[in-house]
Design a protein around this ligand. Structure first.
Ligand code: MD3
Ligand code: FE
Length: 221
């Protein structure tokens, strides 16, 4: 894979860290992997959100999430006072979730393959929209029935700091800076690590304004 900035500048002489980073077995940051598709991805996100607007879900404990969420694909992740689940139907509209745009599916498959997970076939894409101050507290993603498939995460817009912990909630998390266009893949031994997102700092991104988007591709069934 070649990226324009590397073709002209060679290695990242001025970066503190390499752009592709193996974090641990099964966990990998693909720095800038989605950058050259950013406008097309954002247009596709807008299309999905026009059909299934982002909403602040309520946790089973009754707390309103600061992140606004929506979904596309065969199934979507939802939460309410009754619990968390994947549902074929958007409870807001009573209709099926919007189809997963081809540009999403293609990107997810390519990123998974680049991280060593050939044959990834996502059936769900959760779309998270963060405004400044929004955060995601430490959690595990364990509602997916397919435990072998990785999760692919695509970040667009304002930067963020991922918190990436261990198998136990009490394991002290590492902080990982993630910027526009970065893609991360979590599978194998990293699949059930605790993780979260620190409150997004205020700012404005040229393409998204005061917002960060994260797409997570999952194989649920
Ligand atoms: C998975 N979203 O929606 S995944 C989520 O920035 C979620 O909105 C993050 O966590 C976001 O459930 C992006 C980041 C992530 C980090 C570490 C992981 C996912 C992971 C470790 C294991 C499994
Ligand atoms: Fe998660």
């Amino acid at each position: 894979m070649t990226r324009p900035e590397e073709m002209s500048a060679g290695p990242d002489l001025f970066d503190a860290e390499p752009r592709d980073q193996a974090l641990s077995p099964g966990a990998m940051v693909l720095g800038g992997f989605a950058r050259d598709m950013d406008r097309d991805l954002l247009a596709a996100i807008e299309g999905v959100l026009a059909d299934a607007p982002p909403r602040h879900l309520v946790t089973p404990g009754g707390r309103r999430m600061s992140v606004a969420m929506s979904n596309c694909g065969r199934v979507g992740w939802v939460s309410d006072r009754r619990g968390y689940r994947y549902d074929l139907i958007d409870p807001e509209s009573g209709r099926r979730w919007p189809a997963m745009p081809d540009i999403f599916t293609d990107l997810a498959i390519r990123a998974a393959a680049a991280a060593g997970f050939a044959g990834f076939a996502p059936d769900a894409c959760l779309i998270n929209r963060y405004e400044p101050g929004a955060r995601l507290s430490l959690h595990q993603d364990r509602d997916e029935r397919d435990r072998a498939a990785p999760i692919v995460s695509v970040s667009l817009g304002l930067p963020a700091t991922f918190l990436w912990g261990g198998e136990k909630r009490s394991d002290r998390p590492r902080r990982i800076r993630i910027v526009h266009g970065d893609v991360t893949v979590w599978g194998g031994p990293a699949r059930f690590a605790f993780h979260g997102v620190e409150p997004v700092a205020d700012g404005a991104h040229p393409l998204t304004g005061r917002a960060r988007y994260n797409l997570t591709f999952r194989k649920v069934f």
